[in-house]
Design a protein around this ligand. Sequence first.
Ligand code: C2E
Ligand code: CA
Ligand code: CA
Ligand code: CA
Length: 269
Amino acid sequence: AKQAGRNTLRFFDPAMQSRLQHRARLEADLRKALPNNELVLYYQAQVNAAGTPTGYEALLRWVHPLRGMISPGEFIPLAEENRLIIEIGAWVLETACRQLVAWADDPSKATLTLAVNISPVQFHEPDFVERVMQILERTGASPRYLKLELTESLLVEAQQQAREKMLRLKQTGLSFSLDDFGTGYSSLAYLTQLPLDQLKIDQSFVRHLLDDLANAAIVESTIGLSHSLGLEVIAEGVETEAQRAWLIEHHCHAFQGYLFAPPLPLESL
Ligand code: C2E
Ligand code: CA
Ligand code: CA
Ligand code: CA
């Protein structure tokens, strides 16, 4: 193999081969995750200034039979590449809607909102709107308490199409949150053109709120922008009391982060 030249040698690179094998195995396992009931939703509280939960974000977990808990950061990109995310995403939405129905029967939980992450791959499917409507109908969940979290990248690509889909979904009564706000690279014009309800300040900005002036300036502007546009604003990744105090002082009154609660299984809420 030593004489085979650089290009050929790469094929025998044991590290790369093992990475490819690992990926292929993960992909094969992921195909079985849904039918084998290995996917679960965790729920992270979204709280108001008093620290009271007003709703939750549903966060997907894969309990692999051999490897244990696998984080979405590891398997969602894979599921997007092979389009499994379309079925997985539908399952997430349906499970979340069933949870809303269960809460609706409990007076202390009936007004909790549930935010669900939507992958761009899922959103761009031609029948995305119909599927969401079917799930709402089938489960009987009230759209009023359902929030779909979209990312900027999704809105940049095919803005007119995205807008039309969002408008149709808005008619059901559900709401939209723009996740990871500020991490994209788009113009801000879409903020006025899309039927958004909430901006979610990305945790990367919250993390350096108190030690980086530029970061603080971005967060302050985002809060101001939200208020001017009549949007709700929520900060994610809030980990310290100092961050919470700063945010309140700067008129952000909704938070999510380890300071309040980590994502938890339903039984632990
Ligand atoms: P995200 O939507 O930005 O979710 C926030 C992530 O930050 C979650 O990671 C959450 O556990 C974590 N987090 C919450 N509070 C804190 C905190 O105080 N500090 C820090 N450092 N992190 C915090 P998680 O659950 O691993 O999810 C990662 C990403 O995977 C999510 O980022 C989202 O993009 C994606 N994801 C999760 N569930 C779904 C899903 O059902 N569908 C789709 N399409 N994507 C999902
Ligand atoms: Ca999210
Ligand atoms: Ca986020
Ligand atoms: Ca994120």
